[in-house]
Write a protein that binds this ligand. Structure first.
Ligand code: ZN
Length: 288
């Protein structure tokens, strides 16, 4: 099948070093495969979207020479698709009336993450009104092979719980939108940051329920500060321009030959891209 990759940033600020790494890895993988590289703005979470950030990201990508194929897709223009997908899941979803406070009080905490205990699975308690819509998950583990991180396995029911597809504020959840869009765009290869590794099993579960193909996955390490903290949108954001590409390549285990003219860096990178050189870890300090 012809390769289709994508980069799907949230326009909550300009690209920082970590998002540049993900963009570059995804772009190199697509270009080396002779495939298409699509761009999708994940702008559903309107409270977090910053006006002008989507355009700023497009300008950053252009200035770095990372050209995308076809029109940019905006999730905010595709609500009908998400509504249709939710409709297809009738019988596998249920309304949840839990308030944020009730969720905090009732959630089973395992390894620091909160697991929905299934309070509303068999119906809303008397006096409760539907707030969110959740997917009824199964205990059978989801397995997948990540091209960098290796063999992965997660029981969504036990490790995540029934997760939200439509939020209490009326926003379609990221997990649903990403699966619907990857399927609609024919994405064969997802290359992204390892902060999304734990979302992958949920997405594969949704793909199966919606009859969509499961793409190949490659999760690059998340860039951290030297102190091991995740880079925020603010950190190094102003620097995530052309000069950062060499640092991003180094982060991915690639060392560009010294003296390479700037215009030859990206063509070299496409030829030299080799995912087995990427450190097999979920987080890694960005080069100083
Ligand atoms: Zn509930």
């Amino acid at each position: 099948m012809a390769y289709v990759g994508r980069f799907a940033p949230s326009p909550t600020g300009p690209l920082h070093f970590g998002s540049l790494v993900a963009a570059l890895a995804s772009w190199m993988d697509a270009r080396q495969a002779g495939g298409r590289w699509l761009l999708r703005m994940e702008d559903l979470d309107s409270p977090r979207v910053i006006p002008g950030a989507a355009d700023a990201i497009l300008r950053q990508l252009e200035s770095m020479g990372l050209a995308w194929d076809g029109p940019v897709v905006y999730q905010s223009a595709r609500l009908e698709r998400y509504r249709d997908a939710l409709g297809k899941l009738q019988g596998q979803v249920y309304p949840c009336g839990c308030t944020r406070k009730e969720l905090e009080d009732s959630a089973l905490a395992i390894d620091g993450s909160r697991i929905y205990p299934g309070t509303c699975r068999s119906g809303l308690a008397p006096g409760k009104t539907a707030r969110a819509v959740r997917l009824r998950t199964g205990a059978e583990p989801i397995r997948f092979s990540d091209r960098v991180q290796g063999e992965m396995r997660q029981s969504v029911e036990r490790e995540i719980g029934d997760f939200v597809l439509l939020r209490a504020d009326g926003v379609f959840a990221y997990q649903l939108a990403v699966v619907v869009d990857d399927a609609a765009q024919g994405v064969t290869d997802v290359v992204r940051g390892a902060d999304l590794l734990d979302s992958t099993a949920r997405q594969i579960l949704l793909q199966r329920l919606l009859g969509a193909a499961t793409p190949r996955y490659l999760h690059v390490p998340v860039a951290t500060s030297a102190a091991g903290e995740k880079l925020s949108k603010q950190t190094r954001a102003a620097d995530a321009g052309p000069g950062e590409i060499a640092a991003a390549l180094e982060f991915l285990g690639m060392n560009a030959p010294a003296g390479l003219p700037p215009g030859e860096l990206l063509p070299w990178a496409v030829r030299a891209w080799e995912p087995t050189r990427i450190p097999r870890t979920r987080a890694l300090a960005a080069p100083a």
